[in-house]
Design a protein around this ligand. Structure first.
Ligand code: SAM
Length: 428
């Protein structure tokens, strides 16, 4: 494997690093000021401490004795839920109109199914999706959230005269009691790179605890994609900038600039023009059948063929989710229309799956309008020059971090033009 470290940054023994992985756990330098989901809001939220009135909300205490399927609520989980007590995270999500309006449209599209039915909203936040479901005619909605934002959701429900329909439960989905089966699960669980936050596990728990056979899960299908990207502007702004600063040669800072800019995965918006190849499907998740075990570690092999001659700066990851009924996915994946090859197979390259049911899709792809999820980029310290049609082969493993299962360890191996590389990073 080739050395791909920022040359010039010595490690503790005075030697240079051999791979990017050596940098992954130490000397972390965080880009300040990003307003986003818990990843960077956490510190602010912990510092501010949201004010909560707990009178209007049913608080179900975490059980002291865990059942075999329950996981303990760790300090990391508590900090995670606390971060969601900060209103700015909810504001950012709700102001993401593509996200919120696609959810509302999906609920209305399934109104015939939801009407007079029982719904559970896994992670209700401010209660917005629960209220959409009530507006669609749900008989009862259990709005569950472990964060103190649940108290605010309860106030919102009251202000909209929906207290008879929407029952706010303050507790973890893993711990609260709902004494009936539900017809519908709604949840906005997707984190950066789809898997960050690991909230899908809680949707699986809700499904296995309460969903009736044949019940509806919205969204139903999630697909994580990756593709090689070229991004000379980003490289120029972050690295080449230091070569001439007001006429001063600051190039000694270049190795540190590479470390600071490219050590961690970067959540940012790119455009379709940055993408060098068709995307590769890293993981296709069917929410009706996926298991927690399947999500602990995901490995896929890729073989891209560059459509351009360009400097290859790294890989981008993004996802989409689809809102379809139970059984529909397997029904249409069995006989895809001719123009789509291997539409449901992980590892295939594709744009969009065939969509005979006109399922709504919420996409975070670079070629689609931007969302608050943006795309997640893993940059290399040095670009690789690729020719048109040149292959980029390798594999990626995404695994839940042992340190905190809400973080993702990313192990990338790739070969191009006869050179092989490894990059390890953590989305934390
Ligand atoms: C991404 S926010 C979505 C909020 C709201 N549904 C919306 O769409 O605006 C996820 C919410 O799920 C909650 N949450 C995450 N895991 C949970 C769990 N296991 N049990 C209960 N609530 C959870 C978080 O506290 C957070 O408020």
């Amino acid at each position: 494997m080739e050395e791909l470290a920022p040359a010039g940054i010595p490690n503790g023994n005075g030697h240079h690093f051999h791979h990017q992985s050596s940098l992954a756990t130490n000397h972390r330098l965080r880009k300040p000021g990003r307003v986003s989901r818990p990843r960077a809001r956490r510190a602010d939220a912990l510092a501010s401490g949201a004010r909560v009135s707990s009178e209007q909300v049913q608080t179900q205490q975490v059980q002291q004795t865990l059942t075999p399927t329950q996981t303990p609520c760790t300090d990391f989980d508590k900090a995670y839920f606390h971060s969601y007590a900060h209103l700015s995270i909810h504001e950012e999500m709700i102001k993401d109109r593509l996200r919120t309006e696609t959810y509302r449209s999906a609920i209305m599209q399934h109104q015939d199914y939801i009407k007079d039915k029982v719904v559970v909203d896994v992670g209700c936040g401010t209660g917005i999706l629960s209220i959409f479901c009530a507006q669609a005619g749900a008989k009862r909605v259990y709005a569950v959230d472990a964060s103190d934002i649940a108290a605010q959701a309860s106030e919102v429900v009251k202000a909209n005269n929906l207290s008879e329909t929407v029952i706010v439960l303050h507790g973890r989905v893993e711990d609260v009691e709902i004494n009936e089966e539900v017809d519908v699960i709604i949840s906005e669980w997707m984190g950066y790179m789809l898997m960050y936050e690991s909230m899908l596990g809680s949707v699986i728990t809700a499904r296995d605890r309460w969903l009736k056979p044949g019940g509806l899960i919205l969204p139903s299908i999630a697909t994580l994609y990756m593709a090689p990207v070229t991004h000379p502007d980003r490289y120029g702004e972050s690295i080449d900038f230091w070569r001439n600063v007001y006429g001063i040669d600051m190039s000694p800072l270049v190795p540190l600039a590479k470390q600071c800019a490219f050590e961690e995965p970067s959540v940012e918006t790119i455009s379709g023009e940055n993408v060098l190849t068709w995307p590769h499907v890293v993981k296709l998740v069917d929410c009706y059948t996926v298991t927690n075990q399947e999500l602990e570690s995901i490995t896929t092999k890729f073989n891209f063929q560059s459509m351009l001659r360009a400097p290859f700066h790294g890989f981008a990851f993004w996802f989409d989710v689809e809102f379809i009924g139970p059984g529909t996915f397997s029904a249409y994946s069995d006989s895809p229309p001719q123009q789509y090859s291997n539409p449901t197979i992980e590892g295939s390259q594709r744009t969009k799956r065939a969509n005979p049911n006109k399922a709504l899709i919420l996409s975070t792809a670079p070629e689609d309008p931007p969302t608050h999820w943006e795309q997640t980029l893993i940059y290399f310290y040095e670009p690789i020059e690729v020719e048109q049609d040149q292959h980029i082969e390798g594999s990626v493993t995404l695994s839940q971090s042992r340190e905190n299962c809400r973080f993702i360890n990313i192990h990338l191996e790739y070969t191009s033009g006869g050179r092989s590389f490894v990059k390890e990073s953590v989305l934390r």
